[in-house]
Design a protein around this ligand. Structure first.
Ligand SMILES: Nc1ncnc2c1ncn2[C@@H]1O[C@H](COP(=O)(O)OP(=O)(O)OP(=O)(O)O)[C@@H](O)[C@H]1O
Ligand SMILES: [Mg+2]
Length: 493
């Protein structure tokens, strides 16, 4: 046994986030950790890596009691982590980020940058990662950043690597690459604790799986002995997957883009139509400009050419304020950055973009606001102490739900969704799909972006392909399969 916890408990504000956890992990195994949003997965990881102190209980490492008072003690013991909320410093280079929290080597009283880069490059090479280490984290793509975090984790002799939703913003292909790195680490005898909401990954990667529910450990199972349905059953009672019916689709065009070009040149020639009653999927590989196109349609990213038409009105100089007024909502994947204010309460965040609706004579009428917010958070199963809890204290997936609830409150006509189910559990993912379908059925239009192609095929009526900033054909989703979509993406033009 490499790692074992006994009677481990942790409370926040008098509420158990973890209760009496007896968890164990063997050397060299890939161990999956699953559970609904707020089940306690990240909390366990933060305790194991010294971010939080445990309230009660013990941790054993190689059979010896272990105390981790801070992240660097965890690292010294051989436990490294890639957290759910990524921790790279955007303005630092790859080398500087890899050395975060470690002393810089010196030579003759000066920082020895050469030695640093050499060590980082060597660590990367040993596990098959090569990057331009002089680039800043901000200049790297999401998969490159994930790789950088892995290299950072491997800088010390690492016996246990913990990954908390590492593929959240990666496409299938990028994820495959990450999996091969994980396979390599497993072959070298490094144990891996892997947290994800993506069931395919759990079954593709893990040897054993532990299930958490409401801060308690339901149990540990052998991956080869459990089915997907049984595993989801362990995570949540009474939940049955619904199959979505296709929409009626094909109403009037609510939003149209023609030959759109962004000023920074990322979107080069994009045209599409979002119609009332439909969910239009937008799919492209990493770096294809999916997110950037959505930002153009929302007036967030400057446009240099082409036209955007909303409700039949051509829009010159679209701004987000104007977009909101015209009934367009952007549900962004970037929780911390743009979409949520961590220090405000859940209630304040959800009500943020529609304060006017609740104001009487310029004063917010919280009597009207509260029930409306409550209804939204209940519908999306937001797990929180109460609506007055600060949003930053919620688990990752629950923060994503707050962002979604906030957008729903404005009653938009057009939904621009960028990875709306990223980081949410399978149950909520189903609920978000159902909500979007309901909105479409009531005459709204949805533009749906996901790096998970299977998800796009699950929800979309039509799929618009985008490659290198240029849109290609739109495919009707009648038994469309992933090969057909990928063939369009890879076709040389
Ligand atoms: N710093 C904090 N202050 C207050 N409560 C917290 C804090 N961190 C976590 N919690 C609470 O502890 C519970 C468990 O959260 P945790 O982040 O471990 O969930 P999770 O299983 O990782 O969920 P997700 O899948 O959404 O990432 C949640 O109810 C959360 O609100
Ligand atoms: Mg988490």
């Amino acid at each position: 046994m490499l790692l074992e916890t006994r009677h481990l408990s942790k409370q926040f504000n008098g509420i158990y986030a973890l209760k009496d956890i007896h968890f164990s992990l063997e050397a060299g195994e890939v161990h999956g950790l699953v559970g609904e949003n707020g089940a306690g997965k990240s909390t366990l990881i933060k305790i194991l890596t010294g971010v939080y102190a445990l309230d009660t209980g013990e941790i054993y490492w190689n059979g010896e009691p272990l105390t981790v008072r801070n992240p660097s003690e965890a690292r010294k013991a051989g436990i490294s982590v890639i957290h759910q909320d990524r921790t790279l410093v955007p303005t630092f280079t790859g080398v500087e980020n890899a050395y975060l929290g470690m002393p810089y080597p010196t030579r003759g009283g000066r920082v020895d940058w050469k030695a640093m880069e050499a060590r980082v490059a060597k660590t990367g090479k040993a596990i098959g990662i090569e990057l331009d280490w002089q680039r800043t984290a901000a200049e790297m793509s999401p998969p490159q950043r994930t790789c950088l975090e892995i290299v950072r984790a491997m800088m010390n002799d690492c016996r246990l690597l913990i990954l908390d939703e590492p593929t959240a913003s990666l496409t299938d292909k990028e994820s495959e690459w990450l999996f091969s790195i994980i396979d390599g680490l497993r072959a070298r005898g490094t144990a891996i604790l892997y947290v994800t909401h993506r069931m395919e990954e759990i079954f593709r990667l893990t040897d054993r799986i532990t299930v958490f529910k409401n801060g308690e450990m339901v149990g540990t199972v052998l991956t080869r002995e459990i089915s997907r349905e049984a595993l989801i059953g362990m995570m949540s009672d009474n939940w049955v997957a619904e199959t979505l019916h296709g929409g009626s689709g094909g109403g009037e065009v609510l939003l149209r883009a023609e030959h759109l070009r962004s000023r920074d040149g990322i979107v080069r020639d994009a045209s599409l139509e979002v119609r009332a009653g439909e969910i239009l999927g937008l799919f492209g590989l990493g770096g294809s400009g999916r997110t950037e196109l959505l930002e153009c349609l929302y007036g967030y990213r400057p446009v240099a050419g082409g036209t955007i038409t909303i409700h039949g009105q051509p829009q010159t100089r679209l701004t987000p304020e104007k977009a909101i007024r015209l009934g367009v909502a952007l549900i962004s994947e970037d929780r911390r950055g743009k979409a949520m204010i961590g220090n405000l309460s859940v209630r304040e965040n959800v009500a943020l973009s529609c304060l006017k609706d609740f104001a009487r004579h310029g004063v917010v009428d919280s009597g009207a606001e509260r029930p409306a917010v409550r209804e939204m958070t209940d519908r999306l199963r937001v797990r929180m102490a109460g609506p007055e809890q600060r949003a930053i204290e919620l688990s990752g997936g629950n923060q994503q739900k707050v962002v979604f609830a906030k957008a729903l409150m404005t009653h938009p006509q057009v939904f621009l969704c960028d990875e709306p189910t990223q980081a949410v559990d399978v149950m909520t993912r189903g609920e978000i799909h159902r909500l979007l379908r309901e909105e479409a059925d009531q005459g709204r239009g949805v533009l749906f972006v996901s790096s998970d192609l299977k998800e796009v095929l699950e929800v979309a009526d039509r799929v618009q392909i985008i490659v290198a900033g240029e849109t290609r054909e739109t495919l009707e989703n009648r038994n469309l399969n992933t090969q057909q979509v990928l063939a369009c993406c890879y076709r040389e033009e």
